[in-house]
Design a protein around this ligand. Structure first.
Ligand code: MN
Length: 296
C-alpha cells in the first residue's frame, strides 16, 4: 500500500493512477504535528482496516496527476542516518572508515521537504551534493532490537535524499539545513516493497545519471541498520532511517532537477534553488580573532 499526503496534508492511498482520499478514516494532522501517517503508525493501526475501506466507493478519488503530493512524513520524530554504508562511496570519498566505525548520526527533522519542493542551497561557494538513499520507516518502536526481529519493526520504505554540504562541520550540521531531506513520493508499506535489501536505486541530477546501485550493496542491510540504531537509541513509530548513499554524489546548482527512483517505491523529484545563498565566509559565527580575545 502506498501512503501519501496531498494538498493540505490530507492522507491518501495511491492505487495505480489514482489517489484515494482516506481522510474520513485516517485523521488528518498538520505537518507541524507530524502529519496523519505518523500518528497512524504510532497507533499500530495496520493496513487491514484501510484495505477494507478502499473497497468502498464512498471515498473520494482523484487522478494522481491532479493532486499536489507532500512529504509523507513531514516531521519525523528522528531522522537517523548512515554515514558510509556502501564501499564504492567509501572509495570515492577517500574515507578510511565505514558505518561500522562511525555509527549513525542525526539529521534535524525540520529539514524535510516533499515532492516538487525545492532544495535551498545555503552557500554560494561551497560544494553541496545530492545523496540518493533508501529511507526506512519505523512502525513498531523499540530498544536493543535483535537483527532477527528487526524487519518486524519496519512499517515501510521511501525515497530519501540526504543533501550534504562538503565542509568541515559535523555531519549533523552539514546535512541539517532546512530543505536538506527530501522524502517521498509516498511510504510504500513493507509488504508491498518486498525485499528492501535488493532494490535498484537510480538518481539523476539535471538529466545526468549519477547513481545506480542495488541496495544489496549496503554494508549494513535494513535489519542491521534497525538493530544497530536501536542499540543506541529507542526507536519510535514514524522515525526514519536514511540508509546511506552509493557512489556518484556530486554538486548541485541553481535550477537543477533531482530525480530519485527506487524500484517498487516510486520516483521523487525535487528542484534546486540558489536564491538566498550566501558566501560561506559570511555565515554568522564569531571570527577566530574574537574567540581568541574573549577567552582571556
Ligand atoms: Mn547520506
Amino acid at each position: 500500500m502506498r501512503l501519501a499526503l496531498f494538498n493540505d496534508h490530507r492522507p491518501g492511498v495511491v492505487l495505480g493512477d489514482e489517489l484515494i482520499d482516506v481522510s474520513s478514516i485516517v485523521h488528518p494532522l498538520p505537518a507541524e504535528a507530524g502529519g496523519a501517517w505518523a500518528v497512524w503508525l504510532a497507533a499500530g493501526s495496520g493496513t487491514a482496516a484501510l484495505e477494507r475501506a478502499l473497497l468502498s466507493d464512498a471515498l473520494p478519488r482523484h487522478p494522481l496527476d491532479s493532486v499536489r503530493l507532500c512529504a509523507p512524513l513531514p516531521r519525523p520524530g528522528k531522522i537517523i542516518a548512515a554515514p558510509v554504508n556502501y564501499l564504492d562511496h567509501k572509495i570515492e570519498m577517500s574515507e578510511q572508515k565505514t558505518i561500522a566505525e562511525y555509527g549513525v548520526f542525526l539529521k534535524a527533522n525540520s529539514s524535510v521537504i516533499g515532492p516538487g519542493d525545492a532544495i535551498e542551497l545555503p552557500y554560494s561557494d561551497k560544494r553541496i551534493d545530492q545523496e540518493g538513499e533508501l529511507g526506512i520507516v519505523i512502525g513498531t518502536g523499540g530498544r536493543t532490537i535483535p537483527v532477527g526481529d528487526a524487519l518486524d519493526h519496519v512499517a515501510g520504505y521511501l525515497g530519501l535524499l540526504d543533501i550534504s554540504v562538503r565542509s568541515t562541520e559535523d555531519r549533523s550540521t552539514r546535512k541539517s539545513f532546512d530543505t536538506f531531506t527530501p522524502m517521498g513520493p509516498w511510504i510504500v508499506t513493507a509488504d508491498e516493497a518486498g525485499d528492501a535489501d535488493d532494490l535498484q536505486l537510480d538518481c539523476w541530477v539535471a538529466g545526468e545519471h549519477r547513481q545506480s546501485v542495488s541496495t544489496a550493496e549496503m554494508i549494513f542491510g535494513v535489519a542491521e541498520l534497525v538493530a544497530y540504531a536501536s542499540s543506541v537509541m529507542t526507536l519510535h513509530p514514524g522515525d526514519v532511517i536514511a540508509s546511506g548513499t552509493p557512489a556518484g554524489v556530486g554538486p548541485l546548482a541553481d535550477g537543477d532537477e533531482v530525480r530519485l527512483t527506487i524500484e517498487r517505491l516510486g520516483t521523487l523529484v525535487v528542484s534546486v534553488t540558489g536564491q538566498g545563498a550566501i558566501p560561506y565566509g559570511d555565515r554568522p559565527i564569531p571570527s577566530t580573532a574574537s574567540i581568541a580575545t574573549s577567552t582571556s
